[in-house]
Design a binder for this molecule. Structure first.
Ligand SMILES: [Zn+2]
Length: 305
C-alpha cells in the first residue's frame, strides 16, 4: 500500500482520448496578458504566493493564478497536447491597454510584439476576443480629426501580429475608450474601426497603403473572392463593439451581415439591423448610427399611444 501512494500515476500511458478528458476539466480561457492577481484567487493559494514571491510585488507585475498553469511545467508533450485542445475549445482574450502598451518611439520599436503569444498558438486558435482599451494619446497624433487610419502604429502592430492567425472561426474586437478632457471618445472608436474593420479583406488598404479601387456594386464579389493587388492579409473581424470607461446609454455595434455577403452593418442592442455600411464610413455616419435605431424608436412611440 505504501508503494501505491509514492509511485506517480502513469498518466502518459492513458490513451490520448482519456488524457484529453482530463485536460478538458482544466481548460480555462487564456488571457494575454494574464490577469493581475486579486485578493480572492481562484487557483491554489500556494501558486499565487509563489508568483508573488517571485515577482517581489503583487501589484505592478502581471502574474496569474490560473489552476491549469502547472500543467505547462509537467512535460513538453503534455504542454503540446493541452495547448492543442485549448486552441480548439477556448476563447482567447487578448488585451491592449495603457498598462501593457507604449506607442513606439522609433520605427524599430514597432516591430515589437504586443502580446507574448507564440505564432504557433495564433495559427491554431479558433475563437478570439480582442479588447482595445485606448486613450486618444494612444492614437499617437496631436489632432485625431485629421488622422488617417493607416497612420496608426498600434493598428499596424496588431495587424502584423494577427497576420499569423490562420484557422479562426470567430474574431471580435471590443473598443473601450478612456475619457479625456480634450477629445470626444468617438475619435477613438472611429479610428479603431476604420483601421481594423477591413483587415483580411481585399478592400483593405491598411497594410500596403495602396488604395484599392472598388467598383460600385461589385464589393460583395470582390470581398469574397479574396485577393486584391497584394492579397488580403490577416483574419477578418466578425464584430466590433464599443464602450466607455464610464456610464453610457449603450452603443450600437458593427457586425457582418450574413444575409448581405458578410458586409458590415450596424446593429442595435436589441438586435435590429440599423443600417448597412459601405466601403466608406465617414465620422458623421459613424456618429449618427452609434445610438440611433428607427425600429426601437417607432416601437417606443407605439407604446406611448
Ligand atoms: Zn433597435
Amino acid at each position: 500500500m505504501q508503494n501505491q501512494s509514492n509511485a506517480p500515476f502513469p498518466f502518459m500511458q492513458l490513451p490520448p482520448e482519456l488524457r484529453d478528458m482530463v485536460y478538458e476539466n482544466l481548460l480555462e480561457d487564456p488571457h494575454y496578458p494574464p490577469p493581475r492577481p486579486c485578493p480572492k484567487t481562484r487557483g491554489p493559494s500556494w501558486l499565487s504566493s509563489m508568483a508573488q514571491l517571485g515577482s517581489g510585488s503583487s501589484t505592478d507585475t502581471e502574474t496569474t493564478s490560473h489552476k491549469s498553469n502547472f500543467l505547462f511545467l509537467a512535460s513538453k508533450q503534455i504542454y503540446a497536447e493541452y495547448m492543442d485542445l485549448m486552441c480548439k475549445k477556448t476563447t482567447f482574450h487578448m488585451t491592449v491597454a495603457p498598462h501593457n502598451y507604449t506607442p513606439p518611439a522609433a520605427p524599430a520599436e514597432e516591430e515589437e510584439d504586443i502580446w507574448q503569444i507564440s505564432p504557433q498558438v495564433l495559427k491554431k486558435m479558433k475563437r478570439c476576443d480582442i479588447k482595445l482599451v485606448t486613450t486618444s494619446t494612444m492614437l499617437g497624433v496631436s489632432d485625431p480629426r485629421n488622422m488617417k487610419p493607416e497612420e496608426w502604429a498600434l493598428a499596424r502592430q496588431m495587424r502584423r501580429q494577427l497576420s499569423e492567425v490562420e484557422n479562426i472561426s470567430e474574431l471580435n474586437l471590443h473598443v473601450k475608450a478612456i475619457g479625456d478632457p480634450l477629445w470626444n471618445p468617438l475619435w477613438v472608436w472611429y479610428h479603431a474601426t476604420e483601421a481594423l474593420r477591413e483587415m483580411g479583406s481585399s478592400s483593405d488598404h491598411g497594410n500596403e497603403y495602396v488604395k484599392v479601387d472598388v467598383v460600385d456594386g461589385e464589393l460583395g464579389s470582390v470581398a469574397s473572392s479574396g485577393s486584391g493587388p497584394s492579397g488580403p492579409s490577416g483574419p477578418q473581424f466578425n464584430r466590433i463593439t464599443f464602450s466607455l470607461d464610464m456610464w453610457s446609454p449603450g452603443e450600437n455595434y458593427l457586425m457582418r451581415d450574413r444575409t448581405n455577403n458578410n458586409q458590415w452593418a450596424w446593429w442595435c442592442l436589441k438586435g435590429h439591423c440599423v443600417g448597412q455600411v459601405g466601403p466608406e464610413l465617414t465620422v458623421r455616419q459613424f456618429c449618427s448610427w452609434l445610438y440611433d435605431c428607427p425600429t426601437c424608436y417607432s416601437e417606443e412611440n407605439d407604446d406611448d399611444k
